[in-house]
Design a protein around this ligand. Sequence first.
Ligand SMILES: [Zn+2]
Length: 190
Amino acid sequence: MPRPADFSFSVPDWVADINASNIVLPDLDARVAFVIEASQRNANSGGGPFAAGVFETGSGRLIALGVNLVVVEKCCVLHGEMVALMLAQRRLGAYDFGRSGLDLELVSSTEPCAMCYGAVPWSGVKRLICAASDADARAAGFDEGHKAADWRQALEQRGIAVVTDIGRAQAAAVLAKYRDDGHEIYNGKR
Ligand SMILES: [Zn+2]
């Protein structure tokens, strides 16, 4: 058993390849479609049906794509958003994007769960974009945890813009397909 002194995780090769290439998606709809496609590809390759990307808002340059690695890496915090933020921060060498001088955003295939929502302000992103809704995730059987009813306003009060409902139907279809295909739905045991 490894000593619990260090932590590392690995993304699938196709994610590593994407993160090693210089992807620029100037159009926001294209960024959303890109993460939705990644969520389906991750589900197809044994991961959870979630993906997220950190992009530079003005140019559309991808800083890092993350996918859900909870089951494959046996770690409950490795949601797509967390993986994207960790990889982007490692790439930029900054724990707070707000200090990086870049205007960055988090584009997620699904509205963040309670944990990922909590990470958004700490990350320093200035905008959150999500496709499928919390209700879509719950309809597929995933537990999103508790977020206050005014979660959007709470982010906006911190200067973080929130954009929803772009690509929602496509992202929700990925979640529904995952459920209908009988894949593992992992939630905390109560
Ligand atoms: Zn999450």
